[in-house]
Design a protein around this ligand. Structure first.
Ligand code: G3P
Length: 501
């Protein structure tokens, strides 16, 4: 077993986590801290990029302290991050321009509607693998350039940098020496040509985004630079050697290295990714084609992605919006208190519907209520909705890729909920597997960094470390499965278009 640890920085939407992994892939120390969310107007979501740096450095220091580990013991650093969120900053001073615009922000809905009306949908899909939606970075960058006086001119002169959160962290951790991102993050900007592996000049021109502000795009696993001692606890320069968007990092941490292997991460939303190897499968089903990773000079690998906007957030809504529960974990016992859903369905379109429906006008729906409906039914309907949405995107993936899923690897907070995991297996009709480490996002970033510096030798070595905790087998028959799923679709149809006029 090799000495030392790999530091993984998981910079997520609601908080930053620092984890220290040893050579066995076990967590030696962990620290987490939330940071402020800013909602200046309905539909707007912003972060303070400076606060992100402060909170991230704080959790790194705390993880080192609680683990009794010296910064000098860190062999390499891996970064994984909330994707698509846009930071602009001054190249010379490293100072952010305004607040970061977060992936959930819908302020550019009209710009996206115009781009679609002008007939650009096919162009963007062919080049970037994505659909035109405010979710991605491009229209957010355009919004900042359009709405900050003089900014576009400064960007044309090369004075302004754009980056997703990974770029921002790398720039600051290297003391402003490196302005780069990795393939997986670039592939979420709606500006990157995922086939030719370059920033796409035609798309940049269409959105009036100066190329000079873009980061260099590098492999997800390679030495990208070194930490600046002034920024990083006065230590020797530590290699920054792994970068990946959080969902791709989770796919890597789940050791989904073979074509057809898939994972689902249950967080605020859920993101199902299926490895499609070196094929960039064009979706006919409104799924996203995205770069999974690039390892050193090996060819990049792709994934199909189903982005589901609201899963865990619906449980938060039960807690904070309705006050129906005090803690998310109560949903398991509540759901268990009823034998089955008894026809109560919840469609969690609280922020419209993402893949495969992409209906921004859909709204949440609870249906099938009777005098006998209890909190248990509602909790059960909320948990089941996560599993139904997951099946929706997995079926679309199977049609797109021609690959039939054999099992689904699950991680993230809600993967500890046995009622949900059992139902997920029931409704998919395949095995659901939960590994012993469910922080697979951070683990994936650590693996990417460790591979680049020789801390781990190969993907085979990593795949052997993948350790199963629980395996769920389907327990309901086909007729029941289809009956439940058909009813779910009736509910989804009712929720669609609700806020349109
Ligand atoms: O695409 C958005 C995704 O990367 C956000 O992940 O875990 O920070 O909510 P998370």
């Amino acid at each position: 077993m090799k000495d030392g640890v790999i530091l993984s920085i998981d910079q997520g939407t609601t908080g930053s986590t620092a984890l220290l992994f040893d050579h066995a892939g076990q967590i030696r120390a962990r620290a987490y801290s939330e940071f402020s969310q800013h909602y200046p107007k309905p539909g707007w979501v912003e972060h303070d990029a400076e606060e992100i740096i402060l909170v991230t450095m704080k959790v790194i220091a705390e993880a080192l302290r609680t683990g009794g580990i010296l910064a000098n013991d860190i062999q390499a650093i891996g970064i994984t991050n909330q994707r698509e969120t846009v930071v602009l900053w001054e190249r010379a001073s490293g100072k952010p321009i305004g607040r970061a615009i977060v992936w959930q922000d819908r302020r550019t809905a009209d710009t996206c509607a115009e781009l679609k009306a002008e007939g650009h949908t096919e162009l963007f899909q062919r080049k970037t693998g994505l659909v035109i939606d405010p979710y991605f970075s491009a229209t957010k960058v355009k919004w900042m350039l359009d709405n900050t006086p003089g900014l576009r001119k400064r960007a044309e002169r090369g004075e302004i940098c754009f980056g997703t959160i990974d770029s921002w962290l790398v720039f600051r951790l290297t003391g402003g020496k490196r302005h780069l991102t990795d393939y997986s993050n670039a592939s979420r900007t709606l500006l990157y040509n995922i086939r030719e592996l370059c920033w796409d000049q035609e798309l940049l021109a269409l959105l009036e985004i100066p190329a000079k502000m873009l980061p260099e795009v590098r492999p997800s696993s390679e030495v990208h630079g070194e930490t600046d001692p002034q920024m990083f606890f006065g230590t020797r320069g530590i290699p920054l050697a792994g970068i990946a968007g959080d969902q791709q990092a989770a796919l890597f941490g789940q050791a989904c290295y073979q074509r057809g292997m898939a994972k689902n991460t249950y967080g605020t939303g859920s993101f199902v990714l299926m490895n499609t190897g070196t094929d960039a499968v064009v979706s006919q089903e409104q799924l996203l084609t995205t770069i999974a990773w690039g390892l050193g000079d090996q060819p990049v690998e792709y994934a199909l992605e189903g982005a589901i906007f609201v899963t865990g957030a619906a449980v938060q809504w039960l807690r904070d919006g309705l006050g129906m529960i005090e803690h998310a974990s109560e949903t398991r016992e509540l759901a268990r208190s009823v034998p089955e859903n008894e026809d109560v369905y919840f469609v969690p379109a609280l922020a419209g519907l993402g893949a495969p429906h992409w209906d921004p006008y859909a709204r949440g729906l609870l249906i099938g209520l009777t005098r006998g409906t209890s909190r248990g039914h509602v909790a059960r309907a909320v948990l089941e909705s996560m599993a139904y949405q997951t099946r929706d995107v997995i079926e679309a993936m199977e049609r797109d890729s021609g690959i039939t899923l054999k099992e689904l690897r699950c991680d993230g907070g809600a993967s500890v909920n046995s009622v949900l995991m059992q139902f997920q297996s029931d409704i998919l009709g395949v095995k659901v597997e939960v590994p012993s480490i469910i922080e697979t996002t951070a683990l994936g970033a650590a693996y990417l960094a460790g591979l680049a510096v020789g801390f781990w030798e190969s993907r085979d070595e990593i795949a052997n470390q993948w350790d199963l905790d629980v395996r769920y087998h389907p327990r309901i028959d086909e007729a029941k499965r289809e009956k439940l799923f058909k009813r779910w679709h009736r509910a989804v149809e009712l929720a669609k278009g609700w806020a349109k006029d």
